[in-house]
Design a protein around this ligand. Structure first.
Ligand SMILES: [Zn+2]
Length: 308
């Protein structure tokens, strides 16, 4: 009898530790990152393997449903003296078939690698949904067929996303919100990041609507590069609804014009410069402007601005 109880205890201990490890695994090492870079470079025509390796992404300790590491890059405060104006969380590839939303993260990280001034404290997750991207035919949803941008919590209404999906999306499988909010490891990771990092603003990149969308306070950007503001409204379970409306964190959604074609190099940099300008002026709210010599790669070019 005692042996039986002992064995059951061992089993329970083992199974509970396995469950915890599903979400957090501190063993994610550089090899995981290197392997993911190989897969990303094979998939994305505009991200070379050397470029991905150079960005020096880190394992977050969290994994996707198919055990792919969820990668992050942090640009922390540079000195103890200079407190950053704000913390910014930036997310790409929430939908695995929106290639440009991932590629542009690598281009912007390249700018930050060169110009990070300490004005903002950044955390960048360039590929939130690796299972969606890194398979033979990339897909919007994750490995469980869940649209991660419908899987975020709904304050007080667990069924809102499923009801909306059935009634308004006619049960479109590409917009399936999952059995319940936060059922997916990738969404759990982002919610953990938001709670842990407490960003003052979130920038999420998607494609292919060619606009800027916005949820939450304060005044939205009127345009970023050639992308103009168009408020599309939110859906239950979306990041904009969760972070913007429920948590009152400004969420800027950059919708690039094409999922499979990158904007020009100039446009990539214009969107970035306009974004930094808007962040400087508006985030966090009611803060006096902080002056910096060359914040995050902004180069004033009067001629270029006139021609726009
Ligand atoms: Zn999307």
């Amino acid at each position: 009898m005692l042996t039986r109880i002992y064995l059951i205890t061992i089993f329970l201990l083992f199974s509970s530790s396995t469950q915890a490890n599903d979400l957090v695994d501190t063993n994610s090492g550089p090899n995981d990152v290197a392997e993911t870079c190989i897969k990303i470079a094979e998939k994305l025509a505009s991200v070379k393997l050397s470029e991905c390796n150079k960005r020096n992404l880190q394992g977050s300790g969290y994994f996707s449903s198919s055990r792919q590491p969820l990668l992050i890059k942090e640009y922390p405060p540079l000195t103890k003296k200079q407190i950053p104006q704000a913390r910014i969380l930036m997310l790409g590839g929430i939908h695995g078939d929106e290639y440009s939303s991932i590629t542009i993260m690598f281009k912007w990280m390249q700018i930050l690698d060169k110009h990070h001034s300490g004005l903002f404290h950044w955390k960048i997750a360039p590929l939130v949904n690796p299972d969606g991207l890194l398979q033979k035919k990339s897909q919007r949803m994750n490995a469980n067929g869940v649209d991660l941008n419908r899987n975020f919590p709904n304050e007080g209404n667990q069924k809102a996303s499923l009801n909306y999906w059935k009634k308004r999306n006619y049960s479109d499988p590409r917009r399936y919100p999952g059995k319940k909010p936060l059922s997916e490891l990738e969404t759990q990771w982002i919610v953990h990041l938001i709670k842990d990092f407490q960003p003052d603003a979130i920038v999420a990149v998607h494609a292919p609507y060619g606009i800027v969308d916005f949820d939450g306070p304060p005044k939205p950007p009127s345009h970023l590069g050639s992308l103009h503001l168009k408020l599309l409204g939110t859906y239950p379970g979306s990041l904009g609804n969760y972070a913007g409306l429920q948590q009152h964190i400004p969420v800027v959604t950059v919708e690039l014009p094409y999922a499979g074609i990158m904007p020009s190099k100039k446009e990539v940099s214009r969107i970035w410069v306009d974004l930094i300008r808007w962040l400087k002026k508006n985030v966090p709210q009611k803060l006096e402007l902080v002056q910096s010599e060359n914040p995050e790669g902004i180069k004033e070019n009067a001629n270029e601005r006139k021609q726009r």
